[in-house]
Write a protein that binds this ligand. Structure first.
Ligand code: PBG
Length: 321
C-alpha cells in the first residue's frame, strides 16, 4: 500500500556526482572533512568512473585543482588546463557519461575569488564585468574539450548571457547551461573550499553570493538567469533551502537541480561516525526530502551510495520499511 501511494520517486538518472581532478598521475588524495571523497588525477579517476557507472549513475560534474594559480585564473581557460585535459580523457574513454564542467574562477585565482579583483582607492573589489569575459572563455574552452554542459557557479551578474553568447558565437550553440542561479553565501561550503583549495584569501563571497535570510531574491536571480539563457537552474545548498527549491519548482518550468553540498555530506558522515544515526537511512531520507521539495535533479557526493541502494533493493522497495 505504501508503494502504491508513494508520491516521491528517485532514479539514478536524476543524480549528478561531483569530482575533484588534479594534475599528475597516480594521485588519489583523501579530502579532509569529506571522508570517502578524493582528489583524483585522471588515471585514478578512470576506475572510479567504472564503479560509478556500475551503480547506474551516468552524469558527473568536474572541478579542477590546477598546479598554479594567478590573479586572472588563467588555468581555468587554458586549453591544456586540468579540467580540459580530464574532459578529453573521460570523453574518449566513457562517451556515454554526461560530462558537466563547473565554470568558475575561484579554484584558479591566487586570491580565491570567483571573479577577478580590482583595486579602487583603499578597497579591493570584485570586477564583475571584467570577469564575464574570462568566464565565457572558460565555458568555451570546456565545451571545446568535450563538456556536454557547462555549470557556471561564480554568481557574477550577467554571466549566463555572456556565456550563452560566447557559446553561440563559436560552434557550441547546442551546449546547454546549468546555472547555479540561487547560490547562497553559505558556511556549508567549508569542506569544498579545502578540497578545491579555493578559500578566499581576503574578504568573503557575500558581494556575489546570496544572503541566506532572503528567499524572494532567489526567485529574481533565477528569473534573470532563465531570461539570459539558463536551461537548468540550481538551488544551492539543498538541505537548509528546501523552501527555495519548492518555490523555484512552483514558479519556473525549467528543470530544477539541488546541490547537496560538501558541508551536508560532512555533516552526515560525522553524525554517522558518532554511531547515533543510521548513515544509509539518513542519506536516503535526505535525498527523498530534496526530491519531495521539488528538485528534478540532485547533485550529491552520495550519488553512488544512493544509486547502489536503489539497485540493491529493486528500485524503491526500501522505502516500504
Ligand atoms: C565555486 C563552487 C563552490 C562550490 C561549488 N562551486 C564553492 C564556493 O562557492 O565557495 C561548493 C560546493 C560544495 O560545497 O560542495 N564557486
Amino acid at each position: 500500500m505504501r508503494k502504491l501511494i508513494r508520491e516521491t520517486r528517485l532514479s539514478p538518472d536524476q543524480l549528478i556526482m561531483p569530482y575533484f581532478v588534479k594534475e599528475g598521475r597516480g594521485v588519489k588524495e583523501p579530502i579532509q572533512g569529506m571522508p570517502g571523497q578524493f582528489r583524483y588525477s585522471v588515471d585514478q579517476l578512470i576506475p572510479e568512473l567504472e564503479s560509478l557507472q556500475g551503480s547506474g549513475v551516468s552524469a558527473i560534474m568536474l572541478f579542477g585543482i590546477p598546479e598554479s594559480k594567478d590573479e586572472r585564473g588563467s588555468a581555468a581557460y587554458d586549453r591544456n588546463g586540468v579540467v580540459q585535459y580530464a574532459l578529453r580523457a573521460i570523453k574518449d574513454k566513457f562517451p556515454e557519461i554526461l560530462l558537466i564542467a563547473d565554470t568558475c574562477l575561484c579554484e584558479y585565482t591566487s586570491h580565491g575569488h570567483c571573479g577577478i579583483v580590482r583595486h579602487r582607492r583603499d578597497e579591493i573589489e570584485i570586477d564583475n564585468d571584467a570577469s564575464l569575459e574570462l568566464l565565457a572563455k572558460t565555458a568555451v574552452s570546456q565545451a571545446e574539450a568535450g563538456a556536454d554542459m557547462v555549470a557556471p557557479s561564480d554568481m557574477m551578474d550577467g554571466r549566463i548571457g555572456a556565456i550563452r553568447n560566447a557559446l553561440d558565437r563559436t560552434e557550441f550553440s547546442h551546449i546547454p547551461i546549468m546555472s547555479y542561479a540561487a547560490k547562497y553565501a553559505s558556511a556549508f561550503y567549508g569542506p569544498f573550499r579545502d578540497a578545491a583549495e579555493s578559500r578566499p584569501q581576503f574578504g568573503d563571497r557575500k558581494s556575489y553570493q546570496m544572503d541566506f535570510a532572503n528567499s524572494r531574491e532567489a526567485l529574481r536571480e533565477i528569473a534573470l538567469d532563465i531570461d539570459e539563457g539558463a536551461d537548468i537552474v540550481i538551488v544551492k545548498p539543498a538541505l537548509a533551502y528546501l523552501d527555495i527549491i519548492q518555490m523555484a519548482h512552483a514558479q519556473f518550468d525549467v528543470p530544477i537541480a539541488a546541490y547537496s553540498v560538501s558541508g551536508e555530506y560532512s555533516m552526515i558522515r560525522a553524525a554517522a561516525s558518532s554511531g547515533s544515526v543510521n548513515e544509509e537511512d539518513l542519506i536516503w531520507e535526505m535525498a527523498v526530502a530534496i526530491r519531495r521539495s521539488g528538485a528534478d535533479i540532485l547533485i550529491t557526493y552520495f550519488a553512488k551510495e544512493i544509486a547502489r541502494k536503489l539497485q540493491a533493493s529493486g528500485s524503491l522497495k526500501q522505502l516500504a520499511k
